[in-house]
Ligand binder design. Structure first.
Ligand code: ARG
Length: 122
């Protein structure tokens, strides 16, 4: 598959762009664009392989089938490794949300209990 991708010159990554901040639609310079952390990951993978990136957007539930039938090379779509999925596909090591967290001052711990407490915060 690697040789096929190299020869073709681009990696085809499937994702479902409705999962901010991982992949979502945003207007960039007046154009509707798919952006997010997963798009950056996909770009990095393609770059490291020395090929271009082609993103194919589809329903989340269609991703595994599309990969099995060769419509896409890889899924990068915030997909959690579950036992059911792992029977069908091969997961990489987790690349996000391992131990990283947002950080605030300990002295503010009564002020901010959840993300909405930051609304209008000074
Ligand atoms: N992490 C969840 C899962 O794997 C939700 C992922 C949804 N991703 C998306 N791009 N819509 O089931």
């Amino acid at each position: 598959l690697y040789n096929k991708i190299k020869k073709r010159g681009y990696l085809v990554v499937g994702l479902s762009a409705n999962y901010a901040p991982m992949e979502f639609h945003a207007t960039v310079k007046g154009e509707d664009t798919i952006v997010g952390a997963d798009v950056s990951v996909a770009k990095k993978v393609a770059h490291d392989m020395g090929v271009k990136l082609q993103v194919k957007e589809m329903d989340f539930d269609a991703l595994i089938g599309a990969m099995k039938t060769g419509k896409i090379d890889m899924i990068i779509s915030g997909m959690t490794n579950t036992p059911e999925r792992a029977k069908e596909v091969l997961f990489s090591k987790p690349y996000m949300f391992e131990k990283q967290a947002m950080v605030i001052r300990k002295s503010d711990q009564d002020k901010y209990k959840g993300i909405l407490d930051f609304k209008g915060a000074k």
